[in-house]
Design a protein around this ligand. Structure first.
Ligand code: SF4
Length: 578
């Protein structure tokens, strides 16, 4: 199929704000989520060249989907964009090239005009052999009455962990979120919707409601009996729960991996090779006069970030007027129009541009007229900007980690930033997605010496990217059971990995119904950290913050730490560990 050259495009996937809002307000089974995620953006010239009316068939290495087409000049000719989610993952390969990270940006796909039906979520779940499509969502009962106001509440959604929200409650109903972005507001105001409120086990193919003790008994049996279980997720819960997860992995001689394996894992691998130069939000607000967003789209994925870090007035830099902004991306993202310099780069060629910049700052001659689709003049302009900044910060996104070069991009970028510190001060902060993915890395690191994909099969911790990483373990059918905590791998892992989850026993601990509940054999409800449960989380700049409890969890529902403590005790007893 890749031989039909006129039909071959470079696929980019990424987060969008409508995806986040629809997921938090109505859930992933809603029409709103379908409308936000099941679509493909193409340049209008490509749409007419292929004779596309309103939909297209997208053919990837592992499958094909039919999607509605949105014509957009933000996407250059030859490039297409699909929001991250089940439709994109369904067609993508699970091969990670020994890194643990599948390639989900700058991937070649074939595209054809079609009149076939748009692929539904049900089509995808059936194709990956979900155990059933049954779900029993409930609204958490809410008592209204006493008016309460909580100040300085950290937002439990993205890695910015904005800790200045004012949350107003009418009894247990959240009525107002002041300071939070649109996704944060959707999360707080709808925290009671689409909830798992009762424990379930799968029996005869159906979900059967059971007591919490019974669910924990079956869950512990599955995990204790497994020869090599995968304990996955952890980025949407607190550090205290992650600590228990590490102990559970050690007791079961399994693997604990977190979602960084499919986002900033390559950033961590790059830093392991060459070190890093980090900073904190406080330092950036006070000092940074140059802000670079490279392969990240904060307007959609971290909606308060620009106002907080770029517009804010610091002691030495008086807000946006004294701060230059550079955006480097494949697409014209919303912040590109707010930047002093926008550099449109060709998909998957970041490494070349970084290398050229390293040459330019050392005054080495660049012979090529164009590098990665960027003119030599623009490269020199950018080199001058980074060299003359008093304090520069590069916020790096998954645009750098998810293309073919993966951690090599990051190694090269870190070297560039290290070299820039010979002239000036410069630092890097990865734009972390889930609110505590940074915590998941830190907890794993301080307890085991490794930040993710930690394998205890030999009785001591080890990490081998491409071997002990979740996508590889699942795609290679290595693990024989899975515990999924506060995560939705069926929505975010490539097809082959999801298919293996359909083949093994799966325990899910989550507050809301997810696509992963369709492959679960045990579902245990939990309280939402940051709303119903307390705990510690790490912001993207590795600053720990205390997550607040605003209301009690629903009746009969425990927090992750309590559930995992009981589960750990039961598994220890079954495996004869004292
Ligand atoms: S930017 Fe992120 S942490 Fe801040 S309010 Fe929005 S979703 Fe929450």
């Amino acid at each position: 199929m890749y031989l039909i050259k006129d039909n071959v495009f470079s696929l980019i996937t990424g987060r969008t704000i409508t995806q986040g809002i629809s997921m938090e307000s109505e859930g992933k089974f809603s029409k709103e989520y379908f409308k936000a995620v099941a679509l493909i953006e193409m340049n209008p010239t490509d749409v007419s060249k292929l004779g596309i009316r309103d939909r297209a068939k997208v053919i990837g290495e592992c499958g094909e989907v039919v999607l509605p087409v949105k014509a957009s000049n933000d996407v250059p000719p030859g490039v297409v964009f699909i929001p991250m989610g089940p439709w994109a993952n369904f067609i993508l390969s699970s091969i990670t090239d020994g890194t643990g990270m599948p390639t989900v940006k700058a991937v070649r796909v074939a595209i054809e005009a079609t009149n076939e039906e748009v692929t539904s979520l049900i089509d995808i779940l059936k194709a990956v052999r979900a155990k059933s499509l049954e779900r029993i969502p409930q609204e958490r009962p809410i008592k209204t009455g006493e008016k309460k106001v909580f100040e300085d509440v950290p937002c439990p959604f993205c890695g910015d962990l904005c800790d200045y929200l004012r949350i107003e409650l009418d009894g247990e109903r959240v009525v107002r979120n002041i300071g939070g972005c649109a996704i944060s507001t959707a999360k707080f105001l709808n925290y009671h919707k689409d909830r798992v409120l009762k424990p379930f086990i799968r029996s005869g193919g159906r979900l059967v409601e059971v007591s919490l003790n019974e669910a924990l008994e079956v869950a512990s049996e599955i995990i204790a009996k497994a020869k090599y279980p995968l304990l996955y997720g952890w980025s949407n819960t607190c550090n205290e729960a992650i600590e228990l997860g590490v102990e559970l992995a050690e007791v079961t001689r399994g693997v604990i991996d977190n979602t960084s394996t499919i986002c900033h894992g390559p950033t961590i691998l790059g830093a392991q090779e060459v070190g890093s130069v980090r900073s904190t939000f406080g330092t950036i607000i006070q000092l940074a006069d140059l802000v670079i967003f490279w392969g990240s789209n904060p307007a959609h994925a971290h909606a308060n970030h620009y106002a907080r870090l770029v517009m804010s007035e610091g002691k030495y830099v008086k807000g946006r007027k004294e701060r230059k902004v550079v955006v480097i991306d494949v697409r014209r993202t919303p912040i590109a129009s707010m930047a002093d310099l926008f550099i449109r780069i060709e998909p998957g060629r970041d490494y070349e541009l970084i290398t050229a910049l390293r040459m330019a700052i050392k005054d080495l001659e660049i012979e090529a007229k164009e590098i990665a689709g960027v003119s030599k003049e623009k490269v020199l302009e950018l080199a001058e900007m980074v060299k003359t900044a008093n304090y520069g910060i590069a916020f790096i996104g998954v645009g750098l980690t998810m293309t073919g070069a993966k951690h090599r991009n990051l190694q090269e970028l870190i070297k560039l930033v290290q070299e820039l510190n010979e002239w000036t001060k410069f630092a890097i902060i990865p734009m972390r997605g889930h609110y505590n993915v940074s915590g998941a890395n830190n907890v794993d690191l301080w307890l085991t010496g490794y930040p993710y994909a930690v394998d205890f099969s030999r009785g001591f911790p080890k990490m081998i990217p491409g071997v002990t990483t979740a996508v590889d373990l699942l795609s290679n059918s290595e693990v024989d059971a899975a515990l999924v905590v506060a995560s939705d791998p069926v929505a975010h892992l490539p097809r082959r990995a999801v298919e293996h989850l359909s083949e093994i026993p799966v325990v899910v601990i989550d507050a809301k119904w997810s696509l992963t509940t369709t492959v679960a054999d045990v579902i245990i409800p939990t309280g939402l950290v940051g709303i119903e449960c307390e705990g510690t989380a790490y912001r993207m700049d590795d600053i720990p913050l205390r997550m607040k409890k605003l209301v009690d969890p629903p009746q009969g529902v425990l927090c992750d730490t309590e559930i995992l403590s009981i589960l750990l005790d039961k598994v220890k007893a079954k495996r004869g560990v004292v």
